[in-house]
Design a protein around this ligand. Structure first.
Ligand SMILES: [Ca+2]
Length: 208
């Protein structure tokens, strides 16, 4: 009986372990934008890294990203040095080909009217198991705003207007997809902070 019980317990542990492994594979990959928050001045350019964490690691077959931003406040600036795809307005993937050696380049485009960024890559022959930055967005801050969001869109369609990461078993292994927020600081605040800064310097000057 004791033997049977321990067999039963072993089976339970094994089954539980398999469930845990299966769950880990389903959400094994996380997407994020870095830095997740930042302050930028009106008229200045800044970058957001599109990051993928693949700690298992999973062998990836395809990556599709669909991002939204508010075109009233932000504009994507074309950045394509060394890119696979250079036509139109792009996000930069040129420096990241070693970690993400995709061999099928579907799309890389930003639309500054609708406020959408689409990026799609795949792999037929190469082993893609990378982690880290796979592309970088260069933005121009157009107008003052607090907390404007840049988000991965998860529509669930499995089409171009969705965000997903498939492994070589054709399972979507994407877990969390975390966006970013930006404060675009208006010029008067910059002037104000200069005045405050000068206020701190002037008394020191008078002491001389
Ligand atoms: Ca371009």
């Amino acid at each position: 009986m004791r033997v049977k019980l321990s067999n039963f317990v072993c089976s339970l542990i094994l089954a539980f372990g398999l469930v845990l492994t299966a769950e880990a594979a389903e959400g094994a990959v996380q997407l994020s934008l870095q830095p997740s928050t930042q302050d930028v001045g009106v008229g200045s350019q800044f970058t957001l890294n599109m990051n993928l964490a693949n700690s298992s690691p999973e062998q990836l077959a395809s990556l599709n990203v669909w991002l939204s931003f508010d075109p009233d406040y932000l504009e994507v600036v074309d950045s394509d040095a060394g890119n696979w795809i250079t036509s139109g307005t792009n996000v930069l993937d040129g420096p990241y080909h070693t970690a993400f050696d995709w061999d099928f380049h579907d799309h890389n485009t930003a639309n500054n009217t609708t406020g959408r960024i689409g990026y799609g890559e795949g792999s037929f022959a190469t082993d893609v198991t990378g982690s880290g930055t796979f592309a970088q967005i260069k933005f121009l801050a157009k107008a003052p705003v607090l907390n404007t969001q840049i988000d991965y869109l998860l529509t669930g369609t499995g089409g171009l207007d969705d965000t997903y990461v498939y492994d070589i078993d054709a399972d979507n292994v994407l877990g969390e997809a975390a966006g970013a927020a930006v404060n675009v600081i208006p010029e008067p605040l910059t002037v104000m902070s200069l005045i405050v800064g000068l206020g701190g310097i002037l008394p020191l000057t008078r002491k001389k």
